[in-house]
Structure formats: C-alpha cells, structure tokens
Design a protein. Sequence first.
Length: 440
Amino acid sequence: MTFVVAAAMLTLAGSALAASALASSSIVPLRIELGGSLTGVACPGPAQCTGVELGGQEVTFDPASPRARVRATVDSSGGVRSVACASRSRCAAVDDEGQVVAFNPQHPGSPAPVAIDGANQLEGVACPAPLQCTAVDQAGQELTFDPASPGTPAPVSIDLFGLSSVACPSVSQCTAVDEVGKEITFDPSSPGTPTPITVDNQDQLSAIACPSASQCTAVDENGLEVTFNPGSPGAVTPVVLATGDAFSGVACPSTRQCSAVDDNGHAVTFDPTSVGAPALVPLDPGNALTGVACPSASQCTAVGTDGRAVIFATALAQASGSLSGVAKSRPRLEVTIASTPPITTVTIGLPRGLAFARARKGAVTVRGAGGRRLRFAVGRRHGALRILLRAPTSTVMVIVSRAALSVTGMLAQRVRVRAVKTLGVRVTTGRQSVRLRLKV
C-alpha cells in the first residue's frame, strides 16, 4: 500500500506526542516495463489495467501482480492515442488515423480496427457503458458509437478548435476540452450545437476527468487545474498546481480527490474543491507520463513514453513521532501513522548510532485508535524493525522502549553537547516512505 503523505502532529485519545517532528515523504512507486511508447491507460478496477502504445499494442495486467500480463497487437496501423474500458472485458482504443478498435483485454485475439473518422486524428475516448463510447478529434468533432459494432457514425462538429480529451460521467452527458482552454458539454445521443465556454484562458487544456455529472476537473500545459460544473461553468479561476508543468493526464476517483501527471515524470494528488498547495511527487523522473487512471481513491497507475507503467497510491496520510532519552543512553521512540486505506505493515529504520536490539516481550507496543492495544508480530530485517498487524487498522502508534533500542556512546555525547539536535527516522508502510526529522 502506498501513500502520498501530508505531515501533521496527531493526537491519539488525548495522548499527544511529546516532541514535534518535521516530516517529508517520498513515493516508492512500483515501475514495470511494458515496452513501446505508452500513450494511455484505463483501469476498470483495482485488479486490472490496460495500457496502449503507439505501435498498436495493448498490455493488460494486475497492478498487484504485474508480471502476469496479456499482450497483443490490436491496431497494426499503429498510432493508438487513447483507451477506455467500460468493464473488465470491454475496451476501446482510438488512433491517429481515425480508427477505433474494440477488444476484450483479457482475451484480445486479433481485433480489426474500424475507420470511423476519415483521416482525422482521434485524440480521446470515453465509454460510460459497454455499448456506448464517445471519441473526439483534432477537427473539433465528436463521434458516438457502439464499440462492438461502430458502423459509420456521423461526426458532429462541436468546436472550431482541436479537441484534446473527453469524459462522460453518464450515457447522456459528455464534456470535452480543447486546445484554447474551452470546455464543451453535450448529450452524445443528441449533441446539437453546444456552446464552447472558456474555463482556462492561460493555455491548452490537455486532459479532463468528471467524477460526477456536476463536477469536472481539467488540467493544462502550464501547470494549472480548473474545476467546474459542466452544466453551469460560470466564471471559474484556474488554480496553480505546479508552475510551468505540462500536465498530460488527470483522473478523479471521487469529487474530493484527483491525481494529475506531467511530461517530466511527476504526479500531484489534490482535492479539487480546495486545492491548497499539494506536493509534486517524482514518480518516474525524466519519463514523459502520458496518462493516469485511478480505479480507487488509494491506487493509481500512470504510463509514459519510455514504456513503463508506474503504480502508486494516493491516500492522504498523517505521520508524526518523538525520540527522547538519547543523550542519557536511554532512548525511547514513538511513531504514529494515520491513513486510509488501513495499514497492515509498518517498517521503521533508524539513523546511524541508533539500533534495534533483541529484547524481551513487551519492549515494543502497538496501539490503535483510542489507545487500544493491537495484536502484531515483530521482527528485524536489514537493521529495521518490521511490524505485521494481525488486522488492518487506520491508525497505528508504535512505542519502542529503551529495552529494544541501543545508542552508541558517540551519538549520545554529540546529543548532550547539542552537536546533534535532530535525527532522521524513516517509516515505511507498503511503498510509501516517510522521513521524520525528530528533535532529540
């Protein structure tokens, strides 16, 4: 399990931690080599994702067990730009030659691409239902069709400018964004002549996600996001996520959480209703990420041009701690983590001069919300303390007494004379690593 961490002091049932801690965090994502130049990804559920690449291949995998994967060529003409999966057995991809190809990602076989948009480059596709997809192209047109039998859908012009992305929260509502900062909301079954509305006058909108019929979030190529009601956008103001960053994809598993990726290998997770100052996190530095899918509020998968998929989690967590008694060679450590989804393992690494010692029973205590004692197994691995909880929990306090800790004389002396005022303790749960700077 992986977390994007917001550091904060935490109180457990009125028992505040004794000393303050400055925390920083770094995602330890799972990177897997899929090959090719990946252009899009769709995850119909936490256990299944499908990526597509410019060469026309699709690769389907379980983010929890990525080595077992299905790979097939689904568009031999290449140039696949986007993919959407309405279910675990139905995906549709569009390419830069105006074609769509429908396939079962678990058993792709040899599907045949179908021309639906002449020579126009299709840029995005959304499938709100297994038998309904809507694609948008660089000519400002939308096409709605049954992916299992596309036929010859009539392209409908909805914008004078090129469209870059589309999201459909329902079969009766889609919202597309264009290269001049406008959004266009329409009924795909009867588009009519919708009016493009400017929501971002700063730059080209590159991607959009709509977690509900009344809320969409789009990102642009200048580091901004804009959240609006597609039914009544009004006067909205774009918000800076990362100055100058070219965002390429966004996914919103809920109306209170979105994750965006950029062309420099970074991701940012934020609350679109109250953005604040979210941290830009390096996922795959130097790799231009091209798309992201978040099937749940705790898990996302991003893909990039170097052929890698990056699996990371996005739940907001809190971490804090205290370290006392070092100067007197009687160290005592407390670490607290609160998170959704629940925590199952905690690993604590110490700085040089401190070490975990083999100790009698009771030297390590683990408590949950309200101070209740939790059942756990404990061991040491590569010098770190590893705790396995018997049952998942959202709040964990680990207390390590001096019976399970040792300190070198040199470190104790340096703390006594104030040559050392803080020490770093690394706490890892799943693939998220949090570094606490604890005052001593």
